[in-house]
Design a protein around this ligand. Structure first.
Ligand SMILES: [Mg+2]
Length: 229
């Protein structure tokens, strides 16, 4: 076999990227519960993205408390929990697999490949994970907020390969290119593939997207099955 393991990104790869308009609505709903000024709340939520994805904030409640403190808004524990609940429900909603995601991963496993996940995400994702169809699907699951570093840090890729018991050169890495993840995968020795959903819109939300990618591109996840043959 050309590869021993296939490692996947999550958002924009296994599930759709969320849209900016939905994301903004959730922030508005969260701020309403807290009686915080919506625009200021949304700005600080965005500005604290790295504090959530690199593990500085251990829970999304911690992010909410931090922002309210910064804004000088006094809140009760109940308000924080209600606001956090809105965020968690939205996260569960966003973690809906694309139509070919689960079948492709199961087929790869049945063909003998190890499958791993590396996601730059905030604490709501691992909290929501057991309530999603992904629970138990991967041999190794790495969440940036849990391990305390994010893509394209070489360490996060090497954590996955060590836990999978493979070397980077044995790995195909599939992602939509956020966080410069493909360059990071290439630099540790993996074979990176860009997945680009032809249906994405200008409303699609991206972070630090890989531009000018010259490597291979696929339009749907099931194309991975052809690449490993
Ligand atoms: Mg992504």
């Amino acid at each position: 076999m050309r590869y021993k393991a296939i490692i996947f990104d999550l958002f924009g790869t296994l599930v759709d990227n969320f849209t900016t308009s939905e994301y903004n609505k959730v922030l508005t709903d969260m701020s309403a519960v807290l009686k915080a000024p919506p625009d200021d709340f949304a700005k600080l939520w965005r500005d604290s993205f790295y504090l959530r994805t690199n593990g500085t904030h251990k829970t999304h409640q911690e992010s909410i408390n931090y922002i309210c403190h910064e804004l000088g808004v006094t809140v009760t524990k109940e308000q924080v929990e209600k606001s956090a609940e809105i965020r968690l429900e939205y996260t569960i909603e966003t973690l809906k697999p694309r139509t070919d995601t689960i079948s492709t991963i199961k087929e790869l496993k049945s063909l003998g490949y190890k499958v791993g996940l590396i996601s730059d995400c905030s604490p709501e994702t691992p909290t929501a994970w057991p309530q999603t169809p992904f629970n138990g699907l991967f041999h190794v699951t790495i969440f940036s907020c849990v391990v305390g570093t994010k893509k394209p840090d070489p360490k996060i890729y090497l954590m996955a390969t060590e836990q999978l018991g493979v070397i980077p050169q044995d790995c195909l890495y599939v992602g939509d290119g956020s966080s410069h993840e493909l360059t990071g995968a290439l630099e540790v020795g993996m074979t990176p593939i860009l997945i680009r959903d032809p249906n994405e819109t200008v409303d699609t939300h991206f972070v630090d997207r890989e531009e000018n990618w010259q490597g291979p591109v696929i339009a749907s996840l099931k194309e991975v099955l052809n690449l490993v043959k």
